[in-house]
Design a protein around this ligand. Structure first.
Ligand code: WAQ
Ligand code: MG
Length: 248
């Protein structure tokens, strides 16, 4: 199989502005149509036209493992304060300490948004990602077309069939299948997207409305990892090992 990644950006006077990106795992015969669809998609993005489009097409030495999608549920939550309480309760139930929860809050509410995720130890609350600025990027994940159609149908029934939800659910499901990871919390860095989630193998994918206020510029992702776990295989799994998601 092949991993196809696309990334569109535009130079501004201060920096290279990220416009949009996407990735997936595909068979050889799917490559031409996939590349066309990805290019169309980044050209039609609301953040504007890119001036550079990078496409990487990489053959995967290892065959993908199949991982079930997490169950989706949305809880009621009316404010960021409530969201914080709900998340703290769920994490405390998982034996994640207050120290670790506070460390996660600092990452998630920082306006210094990382491209990837922070890895936080569940007891001592230490940040152990090697690059604190970039974080760890979950990559090499995809879903077969028939499975994507089934997923779209079940999300449509919940009226949440958007690309944002699909992609977040795929990412969270890959991460939750990693032995060393206990839970994930995610807040979008998009100022208009105020629904976040907490996810884990046992709790599933739990959507939390109003996790942040409209116009808040912060956002991020944290993974709580088992205190004694070795970070290297976790990072290797998240970043490198090919995973195909399927409906459970
Ligand atoms: N791997 C690890 N971390 C990532 C990745 C990745 N591939 N992509 C983004 N992040 C981190 C990064 O710190 C971003 O700032 C943060 O996550 C948020 O990314 O069901 O859109 O792409 O309605 O803004 C949640 C959907 C949407 C909830 C999350 O995240 C729902 C979203 P964004
Ligand atoms: Mg975003």
């Amino acid at each position: 199989m092949w991993n196809v990644r696309i990334r569109a950006s535009r130079k501004t006077c201060v920096s290279n502005l990220h416009i949009s990106g996407a990735e997936g795992l595909y068979d050889t015969r799917e490559l031409p149509q996939t590349v066309t669809a990805y290019v169309r998609r980044v050209l039609g993005h609301s953040r504007g036209l890119p001036d550079t489009i990078n496409i990487t097409i990489e053959s995967m030495e290892q065959g993908p493992v199949s991982v079930p999608l997490l169950n989706v549920k949305t809880i009621r939550c009316s404010s960021p304060d409530r969201a914080h309480k709900i998340i703290s309760e769920i994490l405390t139930d998982m034996d994640i300490t207050q120290r670790a929860i506070s460390a996660a809050s600092r990452v998630l509410t920082s306006t210094n948004v990382m491209r990837g995720a922070s890895l936080i130890t569940a007891r001592t609350g230490l940040r152990i990602e090697p690059d604190k600025k970039r974080g760890v990027r979950v990559s090499r994940l995809g879903i077969k077309r028939a499975e994507r159609r089934k997923l779209a149908l079940s999300l449509s029934r919940l009226r949440i069939n958007t690309e944002t939800v699909q992609e977040a659910l795929l990412l969270a499901s890959k991460a939750a299948s990693c032995q060393g990871i206990l839970a994930e919390v995610c807040i979008s860095d998009d100022p208009d997207y105020t629904t976040g989630y907490i996810a884990g193998r046992d709790i599933g994918y739990v959507r939390i409305p109003n996790i942040k206020s409209r116009c808040d510029m912060h956002g991020g992702r944290v993974f709580f990892i088992r205190e004694e776990a070795d970070p290297d295989p976790i990072i290797n799994y998240l970043e490198r090992e090919p995973v195909l998601l399927c409906n459970g």
